[in-house]
Design a protein around this ligand. Structure first.
Ligand code: FSO
Ligand code: SF4
Length: 514
């Protein structure tokens, strides 16, 4: 086993004898074989013959190997078998060739592989809603072939990392289009954190279509639905918020699930990432669907028949009394739904506030959460940011601060939750539009990105930002283990990528005019 794909990797180097995430050696090796089989598939399929079933296998296969998605060996083995059967003469590429390569080649190939893993998650979700892109799908072939080409050097691989970012922008755009055309443009929505008495179901992950089907199947049955983790922004979509039994949000970010789900009187559905090893206290009430898998948990198949979950919810019955849960900082509600449509329809207010001097700086504090203590940085950062700063946020890192009351600037909330990690597209769209309105480059805006990374979607988003020429990104809480010193130097020199230090010092630097 060799895995260094996420931020919590063992010792900041690599997991070799089992994952910090709970992945064992056998599962890790099978996941490598999934990638090896996909490389083998890409090598033998000519672009002209590449079909939609093969494209779907690539999306499913890559997504299956993301951190905290699938721990179920027979399911992973089945994926490998399907990939091998998808074309003639598919030979499984030995991923050790990458893991044992020269550290710069390994680093660049890891950036490409992890970037396309994140991109596969976004393309997969868009595909669920019927949105696909030939450009995106074909690029997977190119990237997988490059992974399996042992002759490529830094000069060929570096530009390919930027191409991953560029194509991922297309994938995120496609997903944004899929979500907003299907469910409407998000609108600001206050979400209660109180759990009402009676049967309920908790839904986690990112897949809005799973949520929609669950809402349809539970309508009129006296069962409330609560979002968890990255599902929170679902409340902002008009077509979803119209369901009266979409009641609120349960719990905080993914890494707290083992504590928060202890003895919960309700079933939990995992639709994408991030499932953690399931504890005994809620072992009988975890359900998975789509690419998520965990041994012994009930899996809801492609027919999306949620009957077993509905029966479980009615059997468990929920709480007898309202449970006034709170966010990390004691708040009773959180607000989400500040999509690009909302922010840009208020662009005149934002620009007016900048021109009047009421708004000095916009800071995107975005990305994933995780268990590391150093992640308090993001809470401190938001708490310490002065009143003339606007905080945009997205992904699950926001649970550290999204229940704080930060007030307003000229009628605009000082903190705006733009959505899930894939809604980074929305933040980019806003940045590009503001730059155009102010007639400057995006790097000349009073805007800084402070990113927290955990897993592979964050890698794809980072590559997208870099491919767009966005500089001076602050990245933490630690730098990725897969970035070699030479590659890091390149990123620092060309993109001014800056490791986070302390919230106070970074804020002072960001807010000091250059
Ligand atoms: Fe978080 Fe998990 Fe969105 Fe990630 S839930 S950590 S980048 O999978 O998805 O922010
Ligand atoms: Fe380790 Fe992360 Fe890989 Fe899990 S996903 S084995 S924690 S590097």
């Amino acid at each position: 086993m060799f895995c260094f794909q996420c931020e919590q990797t063992q010792g900041g180097v690599a997991c070799l004898k089992g994952g910090v995430c709970g992945k064992n050696i056998a599962t890790a090796n099978l996941q490598d074989d999934v990638i090896g089989a996909l490389v083998g598939l890409a090598k033998v399929v000519p672009e002209a013959d590449f079909n939609s079933d093969q494209a779907q296998l690539i999306l499913d296969g890559l997504f299956t190997t993301l951190t905290n998605v699938n721990f179920d060996d027979p399911v992973i083995q089945n994926t490998i078998n399907q990939i091998k059967a998808a074309a003639k003469d598919v030979a499984v590429y030995d991923m050790d060739q990458i893991w044992q390569a020269n550290e710069d080649i390994r680093s660049l190939k890891a950036l490409i592989l992890l970037g396309i893993k994140g991109m596969a998650a976004y393309a997969h979700q868009a595909g669920v809603l019927g949105y696909t892109s030939e450009t995106v799908n074909k690029f997977f072939l190119k990237a997988l072939r490059a992974l399996g080409d042992d002759t490529l050097g830094m000069d060929e691989l570096l530009p390919l990392t930027m191409e991953v970012g560029h194509v991922n922008f297309e994938a995120m755009k496609l997903l944004d289009q899929a979500n907003t055309e299907t469910y409407g443009n998000p609108v600001p929505t206050e979400v209660p954190l109180t759990i009402e008495p009676g049967p309920f179901i908790v839904i986690s992950g990112h897949d809005l279509y799973d949520l929609k089907m669950l809402l349809d199947q539970t309508a009129g049955k006296g069962i409330n639905i609560y979002t968890h983790g990255e599902m929170l922004p679902a409340h902002g979509y008009p077509e979803l918020k119209a369901y009266p039994h979409l009641r609120g949000n349960f719990g905080t970010a993914w890494q707290n699930q083992q504590k928060e789900f202890k003895d919960i009187p309700a079933p939990i559905l995992f639709t994408t990432n991030c499932i953690m090893p399931v504890r005994k206290s809620y072992h009988d009430r975890v359900f998975t669907t789509s690419v998520v898998g965990y041994p012994e948990m009930t899996h809801i198949g492609a027919d999306k028949d949620f009957t077993p979950m509905i029966e479980k919810a009615l059997e468990l019955g929920g709480y007898d009394e309202p449970q006034a849960l709170t966010g990390i900082n004691g708040g009773h509600t959180v607000t989400t739904g500040f999509g690009h449509n909302f922010v840009l329809s208020n662009a005149d207010k934002v620009i007016g506030a900048i021109q009047k001097g009421d708004l000095k700086h916009i800071i995107l504090v975005g990305g994933c959460d995780g268990a590391r203590v150093g992640r308090n940085y993001y809470t401190e950062f938001v708490e310490e940011a002065p009143e003339n700063t606007l905080i945009l946020t997205l992904a699950c890192g926001k649970y550290r601060f999204n229940d704080l009351q930060l007030g307003n600037i000229d009628g605009l909330p000082r903190m705006m939750d733009m959505g899930q990690c894939n809604d980074s597209y929305a933040a980019i769209k806003v940045a590009l539009a503001l730059a155009e309105a102010l007639d400057c480059g995006v790097n000349d805006l009073p805007l800084t990105l402070v990113l927290s990374w955990y897993e592979q979607k964050a890698v794809s988003v980072l590559l997208t930002l870099l491919s767009l020429g966005i500089k001076n990104i602050h990245l933490g809480p630690t730098l990725p283990a897969f970035v070699s010193p030479n590659v890091l130097n390149y990123l620092v020199e060309n993109f001014e990528l800056t490791p986070t230090t302390t919230a106070k010092a970074d804020l002072a630097r960001i807010l000091t005019p250059q």
